[in-house]
Design a protein around this ligand. Structure first.
Ligand SMILES: [Zn+2]
Length: 457
């Protein structure tokens, strides 16, 4: 079996993301860089391959992201390099992993780096055992070693049940009885063989029993304990016992499937709470494990459970920005998803997209998005400082300049936006060139807005 894998040609520049401050909302800096590098625009125009530069031109489809799967994106949450679903599908369809363990291991070796920790541990055990039993397949090996892994599993499970019973000693006798009955039922299932215990099912029943009880420290404690029961994706013993009954190729696929690249809804698709839409602007690549583990819970919770997301999400975003700059992804997607991630993480994940090459037009639109209704972050002072730095050497005009700025600030704070710019130009000004520059800039700022309003009409 010759599975070819595309070499990783996209250079993830980790150094680039290390800027301590995310200043993408700082309009003045964007403008400054634009003034300094007018060729940015030329580059942007020549490289763009996405039609339209407006957000509404971006299709809702997830296809643009799916096309990037083959470049081995890293997971938003855990940061693992993800496997293209097509690759896993091909392996599953071929059934090739039913073969004896040594051959299956040869096929899976190249994916070892993609595997999650439990899968990697189990793969390690399979490799070890395959040396000793080269004629057995994955299932036969797991069956052979099942007992030695079931013992510690049962000890852990029964230990947690004991803790739950102890913690529920002081609650209402009715509930206590119900909990005891549920635990006895589950113990029975465990001892029947093949450890049919499933944490998800248990926790659901458990929470149902406690649902009538008002929130308290005891209830929280009980639920926390129930969630400590081992599952196949967190515990190698649970994995081995659970999968010892599955076909060999299913075991092989399971070692990879949780590392598969999937699409996550940044705003969860939960009609009861948020109803995150099915749109590219709400999609971000994430591995299957992180995706299914999060379910439809808020992103802020995922972040609390996985603070490594602070690093990993920026790493993925750098990659996506790179694709957008190469015309493989919409630039508006970058801007929108940056904003969406920030919203859903309650401002905590404020990803840096400074490296996105925006056209002049897009930059203007983007700046408008950034202006919140309260007050834009840049000030007239910033703008004037920029102008001075870029266009004017220090001269005797400095004094009149200060006077002029003070005057303008007053007008701005009175929110009278329809002021004629002529009125606020100092009469004492003698340097005509400077004056023209200033008027031109102010007009530009207003002109942009007016043109936008006319368009909407
Ligand atoms: Zn992940």
């Amino acid at each position: 079996m010759n599975m070819k894998i595309l070499p990783l040609v996209w250079n993830v520049n980790l150094g680039r993301q290390q800027r301590p401050v995310n200043n993408h909302t700082d309009y003045s800096q964007q403008r400054l860089s634009l003034l300094k590098n007018p060729q940015n625009d030329v580059f942007e125009r020549s490289s763009i391959s996405f039609k339209g530069e407006r957000p509404e031109d971006v299709p809702a489809s997830r296809a643009p992201l799916e096309k990037l799967y083959k470049y081995h994106l890293t997971c938003l949450c855990c940061g693992r390099e993800m496997i293209e679903p097509e690759e896993i599908q091909k392996l599953a369809n071929s059934g090739v992993l039913s073969c004896n363990a040594p051959e299956a291991i040869e096929i899976l070796n190249k994916y070892e780096g993609n595997m999650h920790s439990v899968e990697k541990e189990v793969f390690g055990i399979l490799k070890e055992k395959a040396k000793k039993y080269p004629d057995l397949n994955f299932q036969q090996i797991l069956t052979l070693i099942k007992d030695e892994h079931e013992k510690p599993l049962i000890a852990t499970q029964f230990g947690i049940f004991k803790m739950i019973e102890k913690a529920s000693e002081n609650i209402n006798p009715e509930l206590k009885k119900e909990i005891k009955e549920l635990i006895e039922e589950e113990k029975q299932l465990i001892l029947e063989g093949n450890n049919q215990f499933r944490r998800k099912r248990f926790v659901n029943k458990f929470e149902q029993i406690l649902s009538g009880r008002k929130n308290s420290a005891t209830k929280e404690h009980l639920i926390r304990l129930a969630n400590k029961l081992p599952t196949a994706y967190e515990d190698k013993n649970a994995f081995i016992v659970k999968y010892s009954t599955k076909p060999a190729d299913a075991i092989g696929i399971r070692l990879l499937s949780y590392s598969m690249c999937t699409i996550e809804h940044v705003r969860p698709k939960n009609p009861k709470t948020t109803n995150g839409e099915n749109h590219l602007f709400n999609y971000i690549p994430e591995c299957m494990r992180c995706n299914s583990f999060r379910q439809d819970r808020p992103m802020i919770q995922q972040l609390e459970e996985h603070p490594e997301m602070f690093f990993n999400s920026q790493r993925l975003m750098n990659r996506l920005v790179d694709f957008a700059n190469r015309g493989k992804l919409s630039k508006w997607y970058i801007v929108k998803i940056q904003d969406r991630v920030k919203q859903e993480s309650e401002g905590l994940l404020d990803l840096n997209i400074d490296n996105l090459n925006m056209s002049r037009k897009m930059r203007r639109e983007y700046a408008k998005l950034q202006e919140d209704p309260v007050e834009p972050k840049y000030t007239v002072d910033d703008e004037m400082a920029e102008l001075r730095a870029v266009y004017r050497p220090k001269t005797q005009q400095e004094n009149t300049e200060t006077e002029y700025r003070g005057d303008f600030n007053k007008k701005k704070s009175s929110k009278n936006k329809n002021n004629n710019t002529e009125d606020i130009t100092p009469k004492k000004k003698t340097n005509k060139e400077l004056k023209r520059e200033q008027i031109k800039r102010l007009h530009q700022a207003k002109y942009g807005k007016k043109r936008e309003e006319t368009k909407r009409r």
